[in-house]
Design a protein. Structure first.
Length: 295
């Protein structure tokens, strides 16, 4: 068999093996995506209920009482000079532009806060972002690579508890979280969410506002709910990013599988043409030899 035909067969075998791998990864990501979207769906009702209670309890008087609700002055007007950005990515690649979009948004928010006069502390969760910022030589205040694609409320608390304390003490002016907002399996835009200071959510209600009986009082309840709300915002960012990762990887692996199939078809056609040309040449040589013997 000519060397070109052997090379084509080798390439076809290589593409077939690659297609098996990408197809398997696509199926694995589809399975993990279902569980990840279930976690997102379970987290959202709690988030909405918590936001609704805070919206009903907050009054202008209570805003001045709780540090987490206060809007600090800008750095140039006597406000805190430090800000924090938490960038969440995945630990693994092969997800298209998923991680690069998150890192790009994180860098954009850091630059915007620095332009506003802040000294920005960078907090990172995910191997991809940790590796990127290490490559740039950018200092990171904290870095976590142990959370993975099954985040818990404890992970969120560990990430944000120290930042809550710093904000309450007046050492931090703003905290932003960069994550992948899960809209659908194919739509997970990189999003920057201002977590601190807490902005009382606007909740649309149908009908009259509920008439609560508060025990002991609104201030005591908010004292417990506000830190919980901040931690819950970070937890929601973690679970939505995990779901977005699996959606992006499933899409990327499906595209890779489809491309491998198209390449395999092209290689087969090329191989068949080469094989047909070889057979034609062999027949011609046999006929020519036979005619020479008869002559």
């Amino acid at each position: 068999m000519p060397a070109s035909s052997k090379a084509l067969r080798g390439r076809m075998k290589s593409v077939q093996n690659t297609r098996k791998i990408t197809r398997t990864m696509e199926l694995v990501s589809a399975s993990k995506l279902k569980r990840a979207t279930d976690r997102v769906a379970l987290a959202r009702p709690y988030t909405n209920a918590l936001a609704g209670v805070i919206a009903d309890l907050v009054t202008p008087e209570l805003v001045e009482q709780f540090p987490l609700l206060r809007q600090p002055a800008p750095p140039g007007k006597g406000g805190p000079t430090r800000a924090a950005v938490l960038v969440i990515t995945s630990n693994r690649g092969l997800a298209g532009g998923f991680n690069s979009n998150l890192i790009k948004e994180g860098r954009r928010r850091v630059e915007a806060l620095e332009a506003a006069g802040y000294q920005v502390d960078l907090h990172v969760a995910g191997k991809k972002a940790v590796g990127f910022f290490k490559y740039l030589g950018r200092a990171m205040a904290t870095q976590r690579i142990d959370i993975g694609d099954k985040p818990t409320a404890e992970h969120a608390s560990e990430l944000v508890s120290g930042l809550i304390t710093a904000f309450e003490a007046g050492a931090l002016g703003v905290l932003e979280v960069v994550y992948a907002a899960f809209v659908s399996a194919v739509q997970t835009p990189a999003t920057a969410l201002v977590v601190l200071p807490v902005k009382p959510p606007a909740v649309k209600r149908e009908g009259p506002r509920p008439d609560f009986i508060l025990r002991p009082d609104a201030a005591s309840i908010l004292e417990q709910l506000l830190p919980l709300y901040v931690r819950n915002q970070v937890y929601r960012a973690l679970v939505e990013t995990a779901a977005g990762e699996h959606g992006a990887r499933r899409t990327a692996m499906k595209n890779a599988t489809d491309n491998a199939g198209e390449m395999l078809n092209l290689l087969r056609r090329t191989y068949n043409r080469a094989r047909q040309a070889q057979i034609t040449q062999e027949i011609a040589e046999i006929v020519g030899g036979s005619a020479a013997l008869e002559g």
